[in-house]
Design a binder for this molecule. Sequence first.
Ligand code: SAH
Length: 456
Amino acid sequence: MIPLNSTSFLLGLRCFSKRISNDSSRRHLPGSVKLCAGQLMRWCSRTSNTTKEHDNSSLVLKHLMAKIKSTGPISVAEYMREVLTNPVTGYYYHRDALGAQGDFITSPEISQIFGELLGIWCVSEWMAAGKPKAFHLVELGPGRGTLASDVLRVFNQLGSVLRACEISVHLVEVSPKLSETQARLLTEGENCRMHDPTAAVYKTGVTKTGLPISWYKDLQDVPNGFAFYLAHEFFDVLPIHKFQKTKQGWREILIDIDPQTPGKLRFVLAPSATFASKTLIQRDDERDHVEICAEAGVIIHRLAGRITEDGGAALIADYGHNGTKTDTFRGFRGHQLHDVLTAPGTADLTADVDFRYLRQMTRGKVTTLGPISQREFLKNMGIDVRLQVLMKNTSDPIARRNLIEAYDMIMNPEKMGNRFKFFALLPQSRVISQEAKLEKRNSTASPIAGFSELQL
Ligand code: SAH
């Protein structure tokens, strides 16, 4: 391994920034994209009140009501799971709700620089790990495949650096519809094969840059090996349980049929402790209302195990907090906050990610970094240098304006810059060797990109 000190590391990052494509025309913000304070996270470009959606919503509601009638009030987690990922009617299952023409837009869709810098992050961590002979790029909830596409473009353009490395791509996606969109973007159509939709690997192919790519519904089915795991706006859609502190102790908030209004749902408090309130709540929590995403805990625990055993790293970006917020469950539809219990299936449901909980669920197996703001992470990754390079290479005033608007959207603290956070899982050895370097100045470890302020 070639030792890198922070100076050469920063120069390396800058050099990467310059070596990756100067093409800023990959996509641009549509002129109409404007976010206002209440809509920062989920920007909706059109109202989706079509007859088809109305029918689907009635179907979802009917199904939920039948369920509640037969087994009693359901948890918020069960409600979210049914509404978002039910294989027949789920919000994500049969629609592509992302992008300028969809229901909401995300950072990778807004700016190509976002994905490029995450690609550089993977390469710098691969170098810091001693350039293993092979790695998996694993993305959880890849949406339209835009982030993966930008990351793969960087890998391709850094071909001389990664030449001897065998890279494979693994996408964990429950939505058949979105997996089609991803395959269209990432592969040459004829190079993609559908398998049995219930099989662990339901689709395989070859990316446009010649790498093997596979699709899974569950992280557990992704083969083991040194891997970079990326998850952008994935954890916020996973089902949460909600709890309220009462004089009788913690009680779970459930969803029931409103007896006053036919066809309406309402929140109720469980009359006694539920299995979830007995097992998920931490006794010392000082809040009087908490949201816990047990599914996120399981996934983080698995990621921590894989990273400990096989090496690699996970980079998670989402809106969230450090165990301080209370009621963040909300719906977004048609440019507006949408009541989570109204017309289920027509709106996205989401809750802020509790990064403190994620950290706890690693059970100390790995080192965690962050959460730090998106603004800080991207600044540390050299977003300003990358923007300058792209600006220098285009004289088209529209392209230049688009680049600046996209930068502003993802970096401005009033927009996405502060609310979105970056959080990483790394093998303990990686951070120990960096600390040793800082203390004794005799380690060859390079700083962890994005989380360290890199100085010349
Ligand atoms: N990462 C993308 C998309 C975010 S939307 C972006 O930032 O643009 C959430 C994504 O997670 C969608 O692709 C959705 O289909 C997927 N998803 C939701 N629940 C999932 C689950 N339980 N397992 C795997 N993918 C899931």
